[in-house]
Design a protein around this ligand. Structure first.
Ligand code: UQ1
Length: 345
């Protein structure tokens, strides 16, 4: 029997963006107002995948059961979205239920599609093939396994552009991969990524690449004003990182709250802040931080382009607890305030 459920706010996707959003509005709104829709049993701290692939952390350190990630005061529906119906303010789920909403935040993320590169999945599944990727909880541990048995030879690391920046890039990798797959000794692949079909196939919500069409400053959907987007699934022209999502949560909260209150004044604006702690060695890291226009937005009053142990320590030991205890609970909106304090004087 299919069921019909209704809520004030539906958050689709319980990754970092969805959990943080649900947490903030779970605190603001009365009990049972927020529904968080996601079928996943586990929640991963994906920024740790690089360190796991490099053998510097183990897999257990990046995963928690979903019920620990889901915030209090939020109803978790363990199901996935089958189709969006923004003109009717509802979604249908894989189990055949209907959830109607007053407001919706789409935070469905993106995931690899290995099938776009012929032979890739077989090569990834084959132990000892030398082919690996840190882009998936399924294969990240294999990356270090392959590194441990690597006896020398060529190493290849693919570096595609996102579909938005360069639509041809995934095809180029496909050709390169196909050409080299059997010849090389170690191949680290960045698989093509895409949004889930429910979003990608919805022409009212998504652009031709399958990304949710939101205003890049306000995060509000271009057409459906009671819909907002956050995180990897939104068509924001910035680098897709947890740090970017943290900054977006602050803007999303202000703007959605204002729209819920019927307040028509100007909405807050996301500047495109994103950040990449680029680990360059076992204890070394540089810290890139920039906005939509590629202007540096550096937090610390030091040369962040210089390799430092401090940044590595922050990446490996400080940011994981910041993520689990603050960001997932909706209390971490990125380092903007810290940047302002450190640049005083
Ligand atoms: C950040 O806020 C964040 O989100 C939790 C990350 O994801 C793990 C980051 O990698 C970085 C660098 C930031 C930015 C934080 C500081 C203190 C520069």
């Amino acid at each position: 029997m299919s069921r019909v459920r209704s809520c004030k706010l539906l958050v689709v996707g319980a990754g970092s963006a969805g959990c943080a959003t649900a947490a903030m509005f779970g605190r603001l709104l009365p009990k049972h107002s927020v529904v968080l829709l996601d079928a996943a049993k586990e929640h991963y701290y994906q920024p740790m995948f690089t360190l796991i692939g490099g053998g510097l952390k183990n897999f257990k350190q990046c995963v928690r059961p979903m019920n620990e990630a889901v915030p209090k005061n939020v109803t978790w529906v363990q199901d996935s979205v089958e189709s969006f119906h923004p003109d009717k303010d509802c979604v249908r789920t894989a189990q055949g239920d209907e959830i109607s909403y007053d407001f919706m935040v789409v935070a469905v993320g993106i995931r690899p599609n290995y099938d776009k590169i012929e032979g890739l999945k077989d090569a990834l599944d084959c132990k000892g093939s030398g082919v690996c990727t840190i882009y998936s909880p399924v294969y990240v541990q294999k990356t270090f396994e392959e590194l441990k048995v690597f006896k020398g030879g060529n190493m290849i690391f693919t570096q595609p552009s996102t579909p938005i920046k360069c639509a041809g890039a995934p095809q180029k990798i496909m050709h390169l991969a196909e050409e080299h797959l059997r010849k090389f000794d170690f191949l680290h692949v960045v698989p093509p990524h895409q949004t889930p079909y429910a979003l990608r196939g919805n022409k009212e919500l998504a652009d031709s690449d399958g990304y949710l069409t939101v205003n890049k400053y306000t995060l509000q959907h271009d057409v459906f004003k009671n819909v907002f987007g956050i995180g990897d699934c939104a068509n924001l022209p910035t680098s897709k990182t947890a740090a970017a999502i943290a900054a977006q949560t602050g803007v999303l909260y202000k703007n959605l709250k204002q729209v819920m209150e019927g307040n028509k004044s100007k909405l807050a604006e996301y500047d495109g802040y994103t950040s990449c702690p680029l680990v360059t060695g076992q204890r070394k890291c540089i810290l890139a931080e920039f906005d939509y226009d590629r202007n540096p937005l550096e937090t610390f009053p030091v040369d962040q382009g210089k390799e430092r142990m401090l940044f590595y320590w922050m990446k490996a030991h400080v940011l994981p607890p910041v993520y689990w205890s603050m960001m997932l609970r909706g209390y971490w909106h990125g380092p903007a305030l810290l940047r302002k304090i450190l640049h005083l004087g």
